[in-house]
Design a protein. Structure first.
Length: 95
């Protein structure tokens, strides 16, 4: 069964406790492309996220935190994940 946006959102909320989170399933826009599945959902996602856990980390480290949180989904067939990091506001950053 392909992944769903609510499943990814729940996992990211648990793992990173984001202040801002939006998970979009963009699979339908990739129909017929490599990695698309027959169901038309669950293969291509966009994540927009801001979390205090990103403070002081490089772009690569921030992306790695997201990929690590979703590893079992990618292992199960999630083909593409676009990550948009939103800089944490000063009140979201740890002291």
């Amino acid at each position: 069964m392909p992944a769903t946006a609510p499943q990814l959102e729940a996992r990211l909320r648990t793992a990173l406790q984001p202040a801002v989170l939006q998970v979009l399933d963009e699979s339908a826009a990739h129909a017929g492309h490599s990695g698309a599945n027959a169901e038309g959902f669950g293969s291509h996602f966009r994540v927009r996220i801001s979390a205090a856990a990103f403070a002081g980390k490089t772009r690569i480290q921030r992306h790695r935190l997201v990929y690590d949180a979703l590893r079992d989904f990618t292992d199960a067939g999630l083909h593409a994940l676009a990550i948009e990091i939103i800089e944490p506001s000063p009140e979201e950053s740890p002291p």
